[in-house]
Design a protein around this ligand. Sequence first.
Ligand code: GLP
Length: 243
Amino acid sequence: MAMKLLKVADYAEMSRQAADIIIKQVKEKPNAVLGLATGSTVLGVYRELAADHRQHGTSYRLVRTVNLDEYVGLDPDHPNSYRYYMNQHLFAQLDIPLHETHVPDGLAADLDEECRRYERLIDELGGIDLQLLGIGRNGHIGFNEPGTPFSTATHVVELTELTREANARFFPSLDDVPRYAITMGIATILRSRRIVLLASGEEKADAMARLLEGVVTPDLPASALHLHPDVTIIADCEALSLI
Ligand code: GLP
């Protein structure tokens, strides 16, 4: 298995290690294209990047970013949109020009055209140098739910109940969680030159155990990463408690 697994004690250690990889990437290639994720798992990484920027001045002036996904129907100013999350937790803390940060437009009138535009955009940027990923409890990456063919490019998805329930904690009620999202496809993710997947906590243990078994199947979207030559997994003890 080509995947590199870094076992760490806890969330803090996972966050530091992931931040170190990103900082190194940006120092090596100041105009790197970073593929970014949202959710609870990556929050600590963004805190580390912000702290490093403040304390050591690592610059993101030339960096470009593309996010994995966005809810359909949420305004960029909606506190639960992924655009809002990224602005708050990362972009406002760095010196990156906001116009170089990209998130799919969940309000686009023609969502299919928005998906095609997003694919073209990634190509025009020269491809993703480093893609950061979390993992869903059912093994989803981005919003690619189980059953998604690995050949899928950026597309509109209907979210599963499990995913809506898992993300309901950020919304006033389950009913407020959008039913659709735009997500980079698995093929889009696999085109990244390097991938770093993070997992923390017991609720990810089942998905991680299945991922590390090594069976490649659309039933576990993250298992597509076995087809990629440069994947680093950073996972804490709880996330690895079932292996
Ligand atoms: C969400 C996001 C994914 C994220 C995953 C895990 O549905 N679309 O990009 O990786 O769920 O989220 P969390 O880190 O909050 O557990």
